[in-house]
Design a protein around this ligand. Structure first.
Ligand SMILES: [Zn+2]
Length: 207
């Protein structure tokens, strides 16, 4: 069984991906694959590096090509950050069908209130970079490692969090519409604790 993991920003996709990796799923992240190609200085990597350095986006077809070559012959794949577009989703569906493989699509969904609260609660230490969270019981308003002053990263402001949520919705809506008509589409309430979310995902995969 393969898994496509989709998650609202702040819904804990990274944590869940780690859990599934530990359960033996073969984790494929397009971001990691692209970085690896660039590092290897492969022909594909050079092409991608050139595009990025000129400020261009990496085209759909190229990302798909990199991904498909990475998953050839593999099973129990955990797709993280792919597909991102409808075209990528359709190509992947066809690939998996041809390979006789099944997929479950898991969407980690949390309410806007929860997402915004999570995305704006992080604080960093000005002196040592240690991460604190205003909702942790241990939070004192100072760095717990060195006593330094804390600040909110520009990415973690309310305005920026709202923007990330908007971008996610716009980008992912067509995918959700596509997958909601397919078999094996599961929505998990990610407003709950990470443990509860993991348990729900685990049970959904056993069915
Ligand atoms: Zn510190």
């Amino acid at each position: 069984m393969n898994i496509i993991l989709l998650g609202y920003p702040g819904a804990g996709k990274g944590t869940e991906a780690e859990n599934l990796k530990k359960q033996g799923y073969y984790h494929v992240s397009t971001g990691d694959l692209i970085r690896a190609e660039i590092k290897k200085e492969s022909p594909l990597g050079k092409q991608v590096k050139d595009l990025i350095s000129k400020g261009n986006l990496v085209p759909d077809a190229l990302i798909t090509e990199i991904l498909l070559s990475a998953i050839k012959g593999k099973e129990n794949i955990l797709f993280d950050g792919f597909p991102r577009t409808l075209a990528q989703a359709q190509t992947l569906t066809k690939y998996l069908q041809d390979a006789g493989q099944k997929v479950k699509v898991i969407l980690l969904k949390a309410s806007e209130e929860v997402v915004l609260r999570r995305l704006t609660s992080r604080r960093l230490c000005k002196d040592c970079g240690h991460i604190e969270n205003i909702y942790w019981p241990s939070y004192t308003g100072k760095c717990s490692k060195c006593g330094g002053e804390l600040y909110t990263r520009a990415d973690d402001t309310l305005e920026s969090a709202k923007h990330r949520l908007d971008v996610f919705r716009k980008e992912t809506e067509p995918l959700l519409e596509y997958y909601s008509k397919e078999e094996g589409y599961i929505t998990v309430d990610a407003s709950r604790s990470a443990e509860e979310v993991s348990l729900t995902v685990k049970r959904a995969l056993e069915v």
